[in-house]
Structure formats: C-alpha cells, structure tokens
Design a protein around this ligand. Sequence first.
Ligand SMILES: O=C(O)CCC(=O)C(=O)O
Ligand SMILES: [Fe+2]
Length: 568
Amino acid sequence: MNPKLLSAAAAIMRYVTVTCQPEKPSGRDRGSFTIRSRRLASCTTVCCSGSEPRATSKTGEKTSSGGKASPPRCNAIKKFKLPDGSEYYGETRDGRICGQGAWRSAAGETYVGDWMHDQFHGHGRYTDADGNTVEGGFEQGVLNGVGTYHYADGRAEVGTYARGVDTGEGARSSGVFKHAPGRDLRTEASYGEGARFSVVFRLSPGGDLRTGVDTVGDLAQSAPGECTFQALCSAYLRVGPLPAINYGEKSPRFRGCVQHLQVGTYARGVDTGEGARWSTDRALAWRMRSGEVAGEISLAEAETIASSLGLPVPESIYELDQAARARLRESVASLKEDSVPDFDTYLPATSLDGKRSGALIAHSKQPLVDVAACDAIIAECEARAAKLGGWTTERHENYPTTDVPLQRLPRALAWFRKSLLPDIAFPFLARAFGFALPAEEARIAFRVIDAFVVKYDAAAGQRLLKPHRDGSVFSFNVALNDLGQYEGGGTYFQQLERAGDVNGAEEGSLRSPQGHLLAHSSALLHGGHPITSGVRYILVAFVTVEGTYSEWAYRFYEDVRDRDKSKE
Ligand SMILES: O=C(O)CCC(=O)C(=O)O
Ligand SMILES: [Fe+2]
C-alpha cells in the first residue's frame, strides 16, 4: 500500500503550485473530510487563524515520529480542488501544502496529518480507497519511523520503517502494480482457523510474473509484468491448492476471501526492523523482519514486539469495545438452558464428545434487527456503490458474490460492532451453538473474519450463489429487505433439500423475512437460492472462535463436513 503514498504525494506536487484555486480561508469549515486527527483539529482552530505563523504545535506533541524536520510555519488555511479531482483542506505556505491538513483523492483515498513541500511529512494517517490504513511517521512522502498498518481485511502490522530502501520501480496506482524485474513480491493469507498459506509473486528479468505457493516453492504461473491486483489474485488462485488448509477438499466447493491476499514488501518505505503481524481475528501472529514474515509467533511475543516499538496491539476492525464485551458477557451468562428457544432449528447434531445435542442451523422466529437499521444499511451500500463505482464482485474465491465489504460502510460497520454483534448475533450464536462449543467461555469467544452485504438481482448481476462451504466456523446472515420485494431466493442447504421440505423449507431453501437472522455451521453445503424476480439484500458474516479453541474448531468443521458429505 505504501508505494501509493509516493504517487499520491507526487501527484499533488505536480499540481498544487500551478493550479490550485484557493477558496475563501475558513478556519472552521472542514469541508467534507473526515478529520480524525486531534492535532489537525486543534491546529485549524487554535494555531492557524489568518496568516499568523505557528512556531510549535499547541499540543506540544512531536511533529514527526520519523521525520527530522522542524515544525513548518503555516500562513493560511486553504481549501481547494486539484485538477485530478482530489481535494485539500488545511495549511499552506507560499502556495504550497505545508503544515497540517487533510487530503482526499477522487478515488477515495485520504491523508490527514503533517505536510511539507506538498508531501506527507511528519505524523499522519493515510487510508487507501480499499480502507487499508497506515499511521506513523512520514518523510518526504514515504513512511519513516514507527508505523502501524491496518489492512482492510482486518489484519494489522506494526514495524519500523526507514527511507532509502529503494526496491526499484515499485508503485501502485489505481490497483495497478508496476514491478521492477527480478523483484519478489510476497503475499500471504489467512483463511481462519489453522488455514493459512503464503504465496510469492516473482518477476523474471524479462518482466513475466510468476506466482507460486511459498511452501511448495514451485512457481508455475506466468502473466504479464503489469497487472491488476485482481489478476495477481486470480493468477494465484489458478495455481490452486491451499497447502495448510487441509479442509480435505479442494475448491470449487470452498468459499474463501480473495481479499485476504496482501502484497507486502514491494516498494519504498519498506519496513526495515522487527515488527509483528496479526491475522484478522487476532488468533495468529507472525514476526516480521525487513518486510518479510520471519515465522509464526505467539500472541504474547507479538505483543512484546509492539510494546518494544511503543505501539499498542492494533485493534481488529470487528473488535468489540469494552462496554459491548461486558454486555455480551452478561447476556450470555444469563442464558437459561431450559428456556424455549425463539428460533427454529434444523439438522440435529451432537457435540464432538457426543454428550450434548442441538442443531447445525438456527433461524430466528422473530425479526431481531429493526426495519430502520436494515434500510439504513441498504441505503449506505447503494449510496457508496453509486459514488465509488459499484458493488465488488471479486472478493471471494470461486464463489464471488456481488457485495460491499463492511469496512467500506463506516456507519454499518460501527453499528455491526457496537450493536449487532454484542447484543444480537453473538448471543444468538451462543444460544444456538452452545451445545457444540467445547467450554462455557467459548460462548463469548466469537471473532468475525469477514462481513459484507450481498445483493441478488433477478434482472442483472448475481441471481444465485452456488452451493459451497464457508471458510469459517459459523456463518450468519441477516435478511435486509422484505420477502415481498423478490421471488425465490433464501439460503439453500443441500441437506434440507435431500430431506424433503423440512419445517417450511422449500427446495431446501429458508426464506427469511426482513430483520431475521439465520446462523449455521460454515461446513454445511449451502448457497443462495436463485431469485426469479426483484432484489434481495442480505448481510453475511463469517465467524471463528478465539485461538484457544482452534483445535476444537478444526475438528468441528471436519466432523460437520464429513457427515454432510456422507449424506450427499
Ligand atoms: O444467499 C444466502 O442466503 C447465502 C449466502 C452465502 O452463503 C454466502 O454469502 O456465503
Ligand atoms: Fe456461504
């Protein structure tokens, strides 16, 4: 991601001195930027009124954690548009960007923080259009010093970065990678419990891209030297096997997330010291050395690395805050084993030790999410799709859905973390699958690894989702619109179809009215039943359980899958 910083800063550099059209200085109007930096806010209101020069930051904080420059003196707050459609709001000096300010590109990237000579310089936070964020010290447009990455898929990394590691032509622009021949591009991915692999993209001196699975060391695929991220991913996907995944069957029946593939060390601003990386669910951690994964480590070791860098363990984008966690703990503790469940169950099963029984599918009898919340999510999705070029169709391996990931929907994501997970979905999972879980504490040990809104449209785009198994332990979906808005549809389960119409399931499909929640073991063969008219929206989430239970999760998944397959 960081090479983008270079091109972004360079683009500004080219335009700002020549063409910027400053609007009336206005110290308080922050335009439409989301300004997250407290320092910026204090600067705009306190330090930089009119043309008063500013000697030091009012907060007394260091200007940069990596850059050595003394704090620049600003002389005006300006807001302007650049010819490429990007916008800047903040301090300037002699017609150049200098001091503190916020920038947003037409594609949706943002940078909030310190600037000098039209470049990111000092302390700042850059977010690319996919929601990947890096926060730390910058020097002349590249990350320098200590920094924290938050990847859009939820993984995070801390490390020490230094300038001057020139790896050639590395640059990422609008999803296109240009590579220096001979340079290795390494990616690695996590597919939930015990399911991980890494993959290398290697360029031959002739510029061909070769991809392969790291553990196999066999670089089999070749593609042109310049390709999109998607092409990188599909090049990998054609290479095929998921070496450590061992879910027993190869795709195409496995639905995982292409999004989990991340390109690492590939351009300037490379991390040069020791760092740590975490998986999305924070169940796994790796030691990072000079931008390379240097082996898996315990969570405690990763925490030690972070604190030696003076950084906290990065929070997961799906993490519950303290208050939400306390509510969840309380509501799960008060669950009564013998009360009548307010959900229908399907596919009876026993726990792995055979001592408790329950079911693998649970469907709420009542709406659990109110109409306003459902409508707001659909509206946010459609607004975002209209503004930023549509729904994604390529995030999931083999079984893509037309979806928008929740990290691109800030309001929906906040609601999901603060309300849906702790107050509705996790208690529901605890209740429905408590029989299968290996310990009491496991009832509050759920972790989301991916969440997104899917749109099925009978007239255009996706009408159905073919049978598959998800790459998580439990999956749930919330029906976001009313049954009257489409015909057909619903969540299909092969076993329900085989068993005949169980409990109102038609052709094996459970049709949920708006606001209802349907949760199931991810290992069941299931899909999106075809819709024949209208539009269907659902919110889908893939859930694992905390690392302590990974052994259990692995066995549970295999057990369900094997029994499911034996019924095929
Ligand atoms: O359409 C449905 O109800 C199922 C969706 C699903 O299985 C998925 O997105 O993985
Ligand atoms: Fe699924």
